[in-house]
Write a protein that binds this ligand. Structure first.
Ligand SMILES: Cc1ncc(COP(=O)(O)O)c(C=O)c1O
Length: 300
């Protein structure tokens, strides 16, 4: 199983994939991206990811001329070339699929006119497996003192290639022994994590910071609202502070690759009874069941 990269339609192995140093994605972080994964060999919630990619691009005034179907075909071609996403193959692996859409190649200038043609890169590799023990026992996360980007600087709603704020958050969390870092916003409220959204559960009610706390509208986050509605569990947005998290019965973070990950420790504080709680476990079970149901069994 290999890592393959599709650069503007040309597929090559990970080591030889190349893009110009004059691409403004490289020079300025000017671009947007999506991370997807497959279930049953099929990119999950592809349409929602495309919708968000277009919304992100719109917020930096970046044109996305290709259709959703163009993107899908490129992803499927690259997956097929990597031996992923094909249900007929032995020992079939799920795929990690990352689409990057940058401003493109041009002179050293912030003027978008310098870069008339965007670059599209698709990275496909076997989905890195998260140990099941983490889902069973939960994980530690850490509060960080890096503040989430102010919405009027680089708005966290933009899933942008400019990820320094996120990288600094994760670096600090890793140094403190956590698997994820929890950001506060400029007002001191909880916002999200370096690469996931944050949820807490108190007296059976699930709460997550509102979008205007400055965070990415996670696809998994959105799906949790739907799962809650279907299961009769209240899931709502609420301004949250440190004490809400420390005093929660349960907590979890969500992302495409980590699904719903139970949090049992924040820095040196135990959350709830130190074990993944029933609401989190049920929602994770529902998530996996729905993801499985929603991916067809069409053989490509
Ligand atoms: C900052 C941030 N928040 C939240 C998420 C989770 O988003 P999704 O559920 O769409 O994967 C991500 C995913 O990469 C992220 O980078």
């Amino acid at each position: 199983m290999s890592v393959l990269v599709n650069v503007n339609g040309r597929i090559s192995d990970g080591a030889s994939a190349a893009i110009s140093v004059f691409d403004h994605g490289f020079l300025y972080g000017e671009g947007v991206y999506e991370t997807m994964r497959t279930y049953n060999g099929e990119p999950f919630l592809f349409d929602r990811h495309m919708q968000r990619l277009r919304a992100s691009a719109g917020m930096i005034l970046l044109d996305v001329p290709d259709s959703d179907n163009d993107f899908l075909q490129r992803c499927l071609e690259t997956m097929a070339a990597a031996g992923l996403g094909n249900k007929r193959s032995e020992g079939f692996d799920e795929a990690y699929v990352r689409i990057l859409h940058t401003r493109g190649i041009g002179d050293l200038s912030y003027d978008p006119a310098a870069t008339p043609i965007p670059s599209v890169v698709i990275i496909v590799k076997p989905l890195p497996l998260t140990p099941e023990s983490q889902f069973q026992h939960g994980v530690k996360v850490c509060m960080v003192d890096v503040i989430r980007n102010h919405p009027q600087s680089v708005n966290p709603l933009i899933k942008s290639n400019n990820l320094l704020n996120n990288a600094l958050c994760m670096q600090q969390a890793l140094r403190k022994g956590g698997v994820e870092g929890v950001f506060r916003n400029y007002r001191g409220e909880l916002s999200e994590c370096s690469q996931s959204n944050l949820f807490i559960v108190t007296h059976g009610v699930v709460r997550t910071p509102p979008l205007d706390a400055g965070l990415l509208a996670g696809i998994t986050r959105g799906f949790v609202f739907e799962l809650g509605a279907a299961a009769g569990v209240t899931v709502e947005e609420a301004v949250l502070n440190d004490s809400d998290l420390f005093g929660a019965d349960e907590a979890f973070f969500t992302s495409t690759t980590k699904e719903l990950m139970p949090i049992v420790q924040v820095d040196d504080r135990t959350i709830g009874n130190g074990k993944p709680g029933p609401v989190t476990r049920n929602l994770l079970g529902d998530y996996r069941r729905r993801a499985n149901e929603m991916t067809t069994t069409v053989v490509r």
